[in-house]
Design a protein around this ligand. Structure first.
Ligand SMILES: [Zn+2]
Length: 234
């Protein structure tokens, strides 16, 4: 796929749920993971901002720096200085004021960001289950369905999932008899995957979570090689 768009990276940095393809891409693309780190740095700064940092109350050191420059310029007002010296001083003062304005702008931006970051997420646990080993895979995991701000999400973790060896793992939700299976998304070894479930997904009809080993054969159906499976319970 092409690179992740800025929205996806920003949401990832905020710890929000994004398309699993973006998650997979960012793990493999040095460029996108570098940009994600930049977003994470901004988010961590944003999270340190407190109401005291509101634009009306910028950090004391900013105003100390500004007033020092202003005071210095005032003090030298009556002095006879060369035009160049006066110009450079004025310019320097201008830079500090510009920097101060930038900092204030940054803080104002951060306050907006913070209010987004700190927006309480309404997380409601819906169901969960353990994923037991199937066949000789010898691994197990867990699955959780939760409602985050009204949207159903399936979270799947299989901690010791081995390398897929030229294939890939796919997460499914299935009827109790596993005759009807719905592909949910891919699962990379070593990561916890979070999927947004289709709005109409009925857990009572599809209570089984299954992870299969698939090959890149273009066949969208279940490979019949499951590695773990479990049933979600409310
Ligand atoms: Zn990329």
């Amino acid at each position: 796929m092409s690179h992740c768009d800025e929205d996806a990276l920003a949401l990832l940095a905020l710890g929000e749920v994004v398309d699993s393809r973006d998650v997979a891409h960012v793990q493999e693309c040095a460029e996108c993971s570098a940009r994600l780190e930049e977003y994470r740095a901004v988010v961590s700064v944003g999270r340190t901002v407190t109401p005291d940092d509101l634009p009306s109350a910028p950090p004391a050191e900013v105003w100390t720096a500004v007033s020092a420059v202003v005071a210095r310029d005032r003090a030298s007002h009556g002095d006879v200085v060369s035009l160049d010296a006066a110009r450079s001083r004025r310019r320097r003062g201008g830079y500090v004021l510009a920097a101060a304005a930038a900092v204030v702008g940054l803080i104002a931006g951060s306050v907006v960001t913070t209010s987004v970051i700190n927006r309480p997420e309404a997380v409601q646990m819906v169901a969960s289950g353990t994923l037991d080993p199937i066949g000789d895979a010898g691994v197990s995991g867990s699955a959780v369905v939760q409602k985050v701000n009204g949207t159903s999400q399936l979270k799947v973790t299989v901690p010791d999932l081995p390398n897929a060896d030229g294939g890939y793992y796919e997460v499914w939700m299935a009827t109790a008899d596993t005759k009807n299976m719905v592909a949910i998304g891919n699962l990379n070894p070593g990561s916890t995957a979070v999927y947004t479930l289709p709005e109409g997904m009925d857990l009572a009809s599809f209570p089984v979570v299954d992870v299969s080993l698939e090959t890149y054969d273009g066949n969208t159906g279940h490979s019949a090689t499951s590695v773990v499976r479990g049933t979600l319970k409310a």
